[in-house]
Design a protein around this ligand. Structure first.
Ligand code: RIB
Length: 297
């Protein structure tokens, strides 16, 4: 299989579990502290690799201990690194608090801000020869824009997970083959609530009218809403006990992309991606919790 390129962020995740979030000005004790491999880009690259794809990652890490940890994780997970190790910034970091299985995240971009358009220009031929290219929004938006253009110009499918949400230029939408927001990100982009089936329908129509080919809204324990051409469908989630939802969306994106590149039909790929997510949320950590293909058989 040709490589699936993930162009995005790599973070060291500092995670603490707590009974509730601290209030402003309050100090609260947490438990189960861990330092994990993370970053939406790297998580998605790990998902691609573990679920059967040929994963390559374009990103940036700092020349520091966290950068070394992430480079080792890429090697261990068979993710080929076409990015840079820079002395100009520290490795990206995420401060994650997990409460009742759900999480909130505070980011330090660090080296992720060094994933510039110039970096992609140097890798143009690699990107244009990929099976597919996956982006998120933890690197500069102009890099995503250029990468989407490079891929789209040669017919390479473009996957965009618009997370964390940020306003998108109107001329980005027609370059996107698969737009994969969660309910909150869909709402942030469209201003249409996506927390009901009707809301999902309206959101999908909104993005399709702007030129996106396929829209898949991930809905947590409600599963996924997506379109097959003009028909809108809903795929239920697999019921499970959520321990930590970190990287569930990343698992979905990686799983979906691999399945589609292996020639699976969209409904089957969506169903598979929902099953992969159920495993991810049932265990702690970001990249660490992403399943292998053998676990989904
Ligand atoms: O999607 C989960 C990821 O978001 C975490 O691994 C964290 O690094 C942030 O990028």
């Amino acid at each position: 299989m040709k490589p699936i390129y993930v162009i995005g962020s790599a973070n060291a995740d500092f995670t603490l579990h707590a009974d509730r979030l601290p209030k402003l000005g309050e100090t609260l004790s947490g438990r189960n502290f861990s330092v994990n491999i993370g970053g939406k880009g790297l998580n998605q690259a790990v998902a691609v690799s573990r679920l059967g794809g040929n994963a390559r990652f374009i990103g940036a890490v700092g020349h520091d201990v966290n950068g070394a940890m992430l480079l080792k994780a890429m090697a261990d997970n068979h993710v080929a690194f076409d990015g840079i190790c820079t002395e100009n910034a520290t490795t990206g970091m995420a401060m994650i608090t997990v409460v009742n299985g759900d999480n909130c995240i505070l980011l330090h971009a660090g080296a992720n801000a060094c994933v510039t358009p110039g970096m992609l220009t140097e890798k143009k031929t690699l990107i244009q020869d990929a099976a597919a290219v996956i982006f998120q929004l933890e690197i500069p938006l102009e890099t995503v824009m250029l990468g989407a253009h490079l891929a789209h110009d040669t017919g390479v499918p473009v996957f965009l997970n618009p997370a964390p949400s940020a306003p998108l230029a109107d001329d980005l939408y027609p370059l996107i083959d698969y737009l994969i927001p969660n309910e909150h990100e869909a709402f942030a982009l469209s201003a249409i609530p996506a927390d009901t089936e009707d809301g999902c329908r309206e959101n999908i129509r909104f993005f399709r009218e702007r030129g996106v080919k396929n829209v898949l809204i991930t809905r947590g324990e409600m599963g996924c809403a997506y379109n097959m051409e003009n028909e809108i469908r809903f795929c239920p989630a697999v019921k499970t006990q959520a321990v930590d939802t970190t990287s569930a969306g990343d698992t979905f994106v990686g799983a979906l992309c691999v399945q589609l590149m292996q020639g699976k039909a969209l409904p089957d790929a969506v169903e598979y991606a929902c099953r992969a997510c159920a495993i991810t949320v049932s265990r702690p950590g970001a990249a660490a919790s992403i399943p292998f293909a053998s676990e989904l058989q």
